[in-house]
Write a protein that binds this ligand. Structure first.
Ligand code: HEM
Length: 491
């Protein structure tokens, strides 16, 4: 078969599993960049049962895939998401997806985020005060749990006017169970792959399914509460308000379907917006804890801003790219190097910028034939975002300075090659929310604390449930995800 032999790629270690076990179980950042070096940015991997997975790290090829409206998310993932969460944005396609996106986008506009941003500041203050108390008894603690709670509260208090923490809700625990579930073992990899071919298997009872059912029920109760007029002081229900504009507000008179859809959207946003934001904040603090010069530079920028203006930076200053340039550079560098990976599937010819490796020069080098059923994967975190072809020799190094010179490769290549939020018609809806929240939290923490990574403690980052990436201490994987750092209070 011409297609198969034309596309280079690493040999499968196992006929049954393909590359799936390697990808699920090794720390993030170990596979794709090595493969890119060997096979170029476009190559073939295999899933279980010889399923072909075309990896497209080629800039022209991936822009082609992402910009086409017709590209659909992986059908098996969509089926699972619909079963677990209900039919929402992540399981819909085509006109239905466009309609949902149009409805929700009002809640995520720049203006809407400005209106709710005081919640980010309040939550950061709450975290800073809690840490100050913590430090009295123990200066070395896991920072990740508090950050996860902050991002969960930020979504729930701004999008559906609900303070999950003080309401003693079961939702934070359910979310934690779902996203801390360990990386897939061999049995799960096989079951997931079988479910792609036989979706009926998804109906089998599983802990994941029952957590999701309980989560949907609890969120349904919240939606009803908010619609019946109970809105918390200082909180917002941006998401529920845009959904209710569609005519869902009068629950009793409406059919069940829109309510299910509403709940599906809330669950989708909770998943899309909490762990993702928490991931990038924790990973940024980790980088800063290893580099006191970067911390000092950021802190000095914040202190000088306050001295000059006679006030703390507000949301407009924080989200501008010029008022606090080093904070902006740290933000971009974190988004570049700490992204989550995406997989996209479609059935087309994909044109390339860089030729397929090992293929004699001819027109075919620049064309990838994609067969129906082949999964297309665009490697982001360990791929395009840190590709030396795009970002230069130091591509893998966390170096915010790269954003400060107008001629640097980073500035020239951004934003078209920064794929952290995806691109095209399905680009992340919450990117303004996430960036604003990130800057408020990072500046609030670095202004008040000095962070240190403990000597001798090594961290690896693993793929976990719900497509998240979490830190574990090397040798202490049994304790689950954690990020213990030494935190000192500054005067
Ligand atoms: C740093 C944090 C975040 C990252 C890295 C991130 C990443 C992404 C990516 C890569 C996609 C595209 C997936 C695809 O093409 O299949 C996406 C979609 C989406 N994200 Fe985010 N996200 C973040 C934060 C948020 C937040 C805070 C929210 C909501 C408050 C959110 C809501 C969404 C939604 C609704 C979509 C689906 C868009 C669509 O289907 O049209 N995200 N996100």
């Amino acid at each position: 078969n011409k297609t198969r032999c034309l596309i280079p790629g690493p040999p499968s270690k196992s006929l049954v599993f393909g590359h799936a076990v390697e990808l699920a179980q090794t720390p993030v950042g170990t596979c794709y960049s090595a493969w890119e070096r060997m096979y170029g940015p476009t190559y073939m991997l295999h899933g279980p049962f010889l399923q072909q997975r075309l990896v497209i790290g080629d800039p022209k090829g991936l822009q082609f895939v992402l910009s086409r409206k017709s590209f659909e998310r992986n059908a098996a993932d969509r089926a699972a998401l619909e079963l677990f969460f209900g039919r929402g944005m992540f399981s819909a396609e085509g006109d239905e997806h466009a309609r949902m996106r149009k409805t929700l986008s009002g809640a995520f506009s720049a203006q809407s985020i400005q209106e709710v941003s005081h919640v980010f500041f309040e939550l950061t203050d709450r975290l800073v005060n809690e840490w100050i108390q913590n430090i009295d008894t123990n200066p070395i603690f896991d920072i990740s749990a508090a950050i996860q709670r902050l991002t969960l509260d930020a979504i729930s208090m701004t999008m559906f006017s609900y303070d999950l923490t003080t309401a003693k809700s079961n939702i934070p625990i359910l979310l934690q169970k779902i996203t801390n579930s360990p990386p897939s073992g061999k049995l799960m990899i096989l079951l997931e792959s079988l479910a792609e071919k036989f979706p009926v298997m998804l109906n089998l009872p599983s802990p994941m399914k029952s957590w999701c059912n309980t989560l949907r029920k609890s969120l349904g109760v919240i939606a009803e509460d908010v619609w019946s007029g109970r809105e918390g002081a200082g909180m917002h229900a941006k998401l529920l308000n845009v959904l209710s504009e569609l005519g869902f507000q009068n629950l009793k008179e409406k059919a069940d379907v829109p309510v299910t859809e509403t709940i599906a959207q809330i669950v989708g946003i909770l998943f899309a917006g909490t762990e993702t934001s928490a991931n990038v904040i924790v990973e940024c603090l980790y980088e800063l804890s290893k580099n006191q010069d970067m911390q000092n530079k950021l802190r000095t920028e914040l202190v000088e801003f306050e001295a000059q203006k006679g006030r703390q930076p507000n949301i407009k200053d924080l989200t501008s790219t010029v008022a606090l340039p080093y904070l902006d550079a740290i933000t971009r560098e974190t988004l570049r190097t700490k992204a989550v990976l995406t997989s996209i599937s479609r059935d087309e010819y994909i044109p390339l910028q860089f030729p397929l490796k090992g293929v004699p020069p001819q027109a075919d080098q620049y064309m990838v034939p994609v067969k129906a059923g082949m999964l297309i994967e665009i490697p982001v975190r360990d791929g395009v975002n840190v590709s030396e072809r795009i970002w230069g020799n130091d591509a893998k190094i966390f170096n915010p300075e790269r954003w400060l010179s107008p001629e640097s490769t980073a500035v020239v290549n951004s934003p078209s090659h920064l794929l952290t939020f995806g691109d095209g018609p399905k680009i992340c809806l919450g990117r303004i929310f996430a960036t604003a929240e990130f800057k408020v939290v990072i500046s609030g923490i670095i202004r008040r604390f000095r962070l240190h990574k403990e000597e001798g403690l090594e961290f690896d980052f693993y793929h976990m449930g719900g497509n998240t990436i979490k830190p574990m201490v090397r040798g202490q994987q049994d304790k689950g995800p954690q990020m213990p750092l030494k935190v000192n209070i500054l005067d």
